[in-house]
Design a protein around this ligand. Structure first.
Ligand code: SF4
Length: 336
């Protein structure tokens, strides 16, 4: 009898016969279903001996090319784009075999990756992976959204001053796309957060990922202590007023918003363990904000890196990293 069999009768009836993918964590078992994006975490005596065998998610920058030039973008334009249709597909197929549950593609702009629509179809057909990507939306069309319907987990649309996001959201809603918005909350953005939130709600957004600025280049984009309080108050108000939305906070907020209720309270952000970031020029990083990186060619190189380093939870030495002592995430050293 498998662990899932032992737990199955504890699940509500509609969840008992979902074609779950099982993903062992350290002492827990995660169940995942890519078509709904549903996650169930099992934890008990039966799962105590389990150990992770793969990261849950790979964040892959499929290209370094972009059709916008945002001033705060951390992409280095001197880096090449080494992924091709074939080598990315094969790499993702091997990641699926390894035990990875989801891929989240970014860039640059992933819609500029050659034959992107065909790539999504092929990846869905040949793996069990959940397929997600983040886009500025400038290249999205209704035909594309209809063509990939049912083959992806989520499309995340970044909100910039320059990317006509209202038109993009309108298109997504019209074509019943599964999407959410990625919203960088700076002190300036915080000043106008309510009217913009109301506008997004009116457009049909129901999934909000609220990101903090990570970087040292633009200090004015970092929160002051009073901004954290104002942001916490606003989040709590929205949480109380809306029961039909998903409010997500990126992991790097750390413990800076202690009054905000969280669904998952982890001691760490998971960079380098739960997820890995792979650049367009084939370097591995614990997360996208780490400087440098380790070169790789094959999935086995990535696997070796992950097995060797997943317990070394190094902070990114830049403003905004939740692993920096002042921001409160636990820095765990050592093995299992
Ligand atoms: S290492 Fe720091 S910057 Fe990277 S994901 Fe974790 S908290 Fe965020």
């Amino acid at each position: 009898m498998t662990i899932l069999d032992a737990y199955r009768h504890y699940l509500p009836p509609p969840l008992q016969f979902v074609p779950w993918r099982e993903h062992p964590l350290d002492g827990k078992l995660l169940l995942f279903e890519r078509n709904t994006g549903l996650n169930v975490l099992l934890e008990g005596e039966e799962t105590a001996m389990l150990r992770r065998v793969a990261p849950r998610t790979l964040l892959i920058a499929v290209t370094n090319v972009c059709n916008l030039s945002c001033p705060f973008c951390y992409r280095d334009l001197t880096y090449p784009s080494d992924w091709t249709f074939d080598n990315l597909l094969e790499f993702c197929q091997q990641a699926d075999d390894w035990g990875v549950l989801e891929v989240a593609f970014g860039g640059g702009e992933p819609m500029l990756f050659p034959r992107w629509e065909e790539f999504i179809h092929e990846l869905y057909a040949t793996t069990r992976l959940g397929i997600n990507f983040t886009t500025n939306g400038m290249r999205l069309t209704g035909d594309f959204l209809d063509a990939i319907a049912g083959k992806y987990g989520q499309i995340r649309v970044s909100l910039y001053d320059t990317n006509h996001w209202a038109d993009t959201i309108h298109l997504m809603v019209e074509h019943e796309a599964r999407f959410g918005i990625n919203w960088l909350i700076t002190p300036e953005e915080l000043d106008g957060i309510q009217p913009k939130f109301d506008e997004l709600m009116a457009l049909g957004v129901r999934d909000f990922l609220l990101l903090g600025y990570k970087g040292d280049e633009f200090p004015a984009m970092h929160f002051a202590p009073d901004d954290y309080r104002r942001f916490s108050d606003w989040l709590n108000r929205m949480y109380a007023e809306h029961d039909d939305i998903t409010l997500k906070l990126d992991v790097c907020w750390g413990k800076m918003l202690p009054d905000v209720p969280r669904l998952f309270i982890e001691g760490d952000c998971g960079a380098g363990d739960d997820f890995l970031s792979l650049t367009s020029h084939k370097q591995i990083k614990p997360c996208s904000f780490h400087p440098g990186g380790i070169s790789f060619n094959t999935l086995d190189d990535v696997r070796r890196y992950w097995e060797r380093t997943r317990h070394h939870k190094a902070p990114v030495m830049m403003g905004g990293c939740g692993r920096l002592p002042a921001r409160g995430l636990i820095h765990i050293e050592g093995g299992d």
